[in-house]
Design a protein around this ligand. Structure first.
Ligand code: NAI
Length: 408
């Protein structure tokens, strides 16, 4: 069967050691030209290569600047094989008609598992016993060691990670409370709590799973830490700025809190090997991990698969479901039809001009899907006749057009 553009000629470039599960997805979907590089490319290197690439996969260290986008003549989509997407100039990518995809939930379970491990470690006072044993001190005592069964875990931010942590904690016999600014469906026997203050006062361990940003900056400050039970523990694997570290240090010093586990910090080293400094390094009853809560091989494998599948779906059908910068258009299969994708600046008259072109050509429209936002419009039209190529060249000339593609 002939296709609009042979998949074997679509060039896929995957940078920065993306898991090979991504390449497997492309191969299984018929994409033959997949280059998987372990290294990142500099902006200069990327600028010189991007003109020949149709589908690009990056991780968090590769920056996609407006200059890179301006050279990406053939680029159809960008996959961020990670959670964050702020390394990409999303607005310029959108204005160039390039959707960007990521994997927001692939490492949810990895974070939840680490949190549960930390709940156990903190309640058993393992961090300081571990430090002592490394120094040769034998602290064989049950003092400050508790089982988790029957204790209360307070989850602040009951989203993807918060709910998973709750399920695992219940399996260990913990009572689970949660506080969220939105009304949430309780999973298992978890109980919602009306205020932040209430959950802080009622929990033996507090774990934070809120988003970053100004809305949650210092959500847990001095007053909130003082509201926690005497002897309780705090876990933060969300974002560094959510906790006021000085206030936390002061309450650990005063022994109001018995321990803390942190995976994220207000200032983090930019790369592996750089020195890490934190006020909390002074305390033996803390677990400090280098922002690895979501970093497991399983999560990497899942991220590889999830992002590659989204890109393949877009490349094969035009569906932008799950894109972070683009209009969300989910499309049915178009077998037996020609599908024409038209991305344009959102200006008056474009849709009318598109439909006029179809009417003039006397083609029957089998289905049409349209989404607009303040910047762009995305129109997908399925036609019965095999006249997509001819029509595409007409649509390309409509003023305001950013890109057109034809799929069959
Ligand atoms: P999510 O978006 O599924 O859930 C966040 C929840 O927090 C939502 O239910 C929201 O309504 C709630 N929320 C927002 N503001 C709140 C407030 N002021 N008080 C109470 N609840 C509030 O997010 P997800 O996927 O569960 O991620 C949670 C956090 O974990 C994010 O900050 C994310 O960046 C971080 N994360 C950290 C990783 C690591 O390696 N340490 C890996 C993955 C995510």
């Amino acid at each position: 069967m002939t296709t609009s553009f042979p998949k074997s000629k679509i060039k896929v470039l995957l940078l920065g050691g993306i898991h090979k599960s991504a390449r497997d997805v492309f191969h299984a979907s018929g994409y033959g030209e997949v280059e998987l590089l372990d290294k990142e490319l500099t902006e200069q290197e990327l600028k010189s290569r991007i003109g020949q690439v149709h589908l690009l996969g990056i991780r968090s260290a590769t920056r996609i600047t407006p200059e890179v986008i301006s050279k990406a003549r053939k680029l159809l989509a960008i996959g961020c094989f990670c959670i964050g997407t702020n390394q990409v100039d999303l607005k310029n990518a959108k204005l160039a008609g390039i959707p960007v995809f990521n994997a927001p939930f692939s490492n949810t379970r990895s974070v939840a598992e680490l949190v549960i491990a930390e709940v156990i470690m903190l309640l058993r006072d393992i961090p300081s016993k571990n430090f002592a044993a490394h120094r040769g001190e034998w602290r064989k005592s049950s003092k400050s060691s508790y089982e988790v069964r029957g204790k209360t875990l307070g989850i602040i931010g009951y989203g993807h990670i918060g709910t998973q942590a709750g399920i695992l904690a219940e399996a260990l016999g913990m009572r689970v409370l949660y506080f969220d600014i939105e009304s949430k469906l309780s999973i298992g026997n978890a109980q919602p709590v009306a205020t932040l203050k209430e959950i802080l006062a009622a929990s033996d361990v507090i774990t934070l799973h809120v988003p970053g940003g100004t809305g949650t900056r210092h959500l847990i400050g001095l007053n909130e830490l003082k509201s926690m039970k005497r002897g309780a523990c705090l876990i933060n694997a969300s974002r560094g700025h959510v906790v006021d570290i000085e206030a936390l240090a002061s309450l650990l010093r005063r022994k109001h809190l018995s321990g803390a586990a942190l995976d994220v910090y207000p200032e983090e080293p930019a790369s592996t090997g750089e020195r890490f400094f934190s006020e909390l390094q002074k305390f033996e009853n803390t677990i400090l991990t280098p922002h690895v809560a979501g970093s497991t091989l399983e999560a990497q494998e899942r991220i590889g698969r999830e992002v590659a599948e989204k890109i393949v779906l877009f490349s094969d059908t035009g569906s932008t479901a799950g894109s972070v910068n683009f209009l969300d258009v989910t499309l049915p299969s178009h077998s037996g039809k020609h599908r024409i994708l038209h991305i344009h600046h959102n200006q008056p008259g474009v849709l009318a001009a598109i439909n006029e072109a179809f009417a003039n050509a006397k083609v029957n429209i089998a289905g049409q899907f349209l989404q607009t936002d303040q910047d762009i419009g995305y129109v997908v039209t399925d036609i019965d006749q095999r006249r997509g190529l001819e029509l595409r060249s007409v649509l390309q000339e409509i003023p305001g057009t950013i890109r057109t593609r034809i799929l069959y």
